[in-house]
Design a protein around this ligand. Structure first.
Ligand SMILES: Nc1ncnc2c1ncn2[C@@H]1O[C@H](COP(=O)(O)OP(=O)(O)OP(=O)(O)O)[C@@H](O)[C@H]1O
Length: 265
């Protein structure tokens, strides 16, 4: 039987002091090797849900189990060290080289802790840069790398802890088309090369989903509107219900496109 990586049951999040319901009785299970897309309008609760599954917070009610541990009963820092997280909010020292940025993933720190990195760890950072097709960037300062290169460096960094779960919050944000395609290729390569790794990617655009995406969850106003395989969920009817306006979805090869049905013709 395939291992459960994360399971949320009846999860709600209310904001203090307004009592705003950010997530409303969410049920969700992610299995090893699954690749999920998390979609929904602005403010639907996607980042909040990603943070919960990443053991970066507690629900107001309901249960969150990640990698066999119940959030609230374990040291969240220990749990987080087994989860890779890529987010545009991440703090990164821009004058550090790409290799150094990847190394900081071993310690989960913003700044490098040089004494912690033995030769094998340093070599591993090089290997991960190569796995993400950017080994030539090793000595380049992160700050001068392009958006697509930075995204791949951050994925390599997240893989330093050899995670069982990799979470990506809008990794394609503000990338030009070639850069986006490079990151999509890298994600597809990861799915192929690491069959046990589960991933969850928050995105706004179906065009950004690698063909390796097998599952999708649609959120609207904190509620799950649809959840399941991409064939069940990434349909015009489901996206229309989720976004509240007519949406048409096409699938060509292993990629998707979506557009407002009102603009067709
Ligand atoms: N720290 C916070 N304090 C108060 N409200 C918050 C906080 N973080 C998020 N919220 C609110 O919770 C709701 C969900 O936010 P969240 O960032 O999870 O949505 P999202 O689907 O990721 O949105 P977006 O697509 O715009 O990034 C929003 O209404 C937001 O304003």
């Amino acid at each position: 039987m395939t291992r459960t990586v994360a399971e949320l049951a009846g999860v709600s999040v209310l904001r203090h002091p307004t009592g705003q319901v950010v997530l409303d009785r969410v049920d969700w299970r992610v299995l090893a090797g699954e690749h999920w897309a998390l979609l929904g309008p602005n403010g639907a609760g996607k980042t909040t849900l990603l943070r919960l599954i990443g053991a970066q917070g507690h629900p107001t009610s309901g249960t969150v189990e990640v990698l066999g541990h119940r959030v609230g009963r374990v040291d969240l820092r220990a749990l987080r060290s087994r989860i890779g997280f890529v987010s545009p909010m991440q703090e990164v020292p821009h004058n550090a080289t790409a290799h150094t940025v990847v190394l900081t993933g071993a310690t989960g720190t913003v700044q490098p802790l040089w004494r912690e990195y033995d030769p094998a760890t340093r070599e591993r950072a090089h290997e991960l840069l190569a796995e993400l097709n950017c080994k030539e960037l090793a000595e380049r300062p992160y700050g001068v790398c392009s958006g697509g290169q930075r995204a791949r460096i951050l994925v390599a960094r997240a893989l330093m802890c050899d995670p069982e779960l990799l979470l990506l919050d809008e990794p394609y944000n503000a990338l030009d088309l070639p850069s986006r395609e490079d990151v999509i290729d890298a994600m597809r390569g990861l799915a192929w090369g690491r069959p046990e790794l589960a991933t969850v990617t928050v995105t706004h655009y179906l065009e950004e989903l690698p063909g390796s995406t097998g599952h999708a969850l649609l959120l609207r106003e904190g509620r799950v509107r649809a959840s399941g395989t991409v064939d069940e969920v990434l349909t015009g009817a489901q996206l229309t219900a989720c976004f509240g306006r007519p949406v048409e979805v096409d699938r060509r090869g292993d990629r998707w496109t979506a557009r407002s049905a009102a603009s067709v013709g």
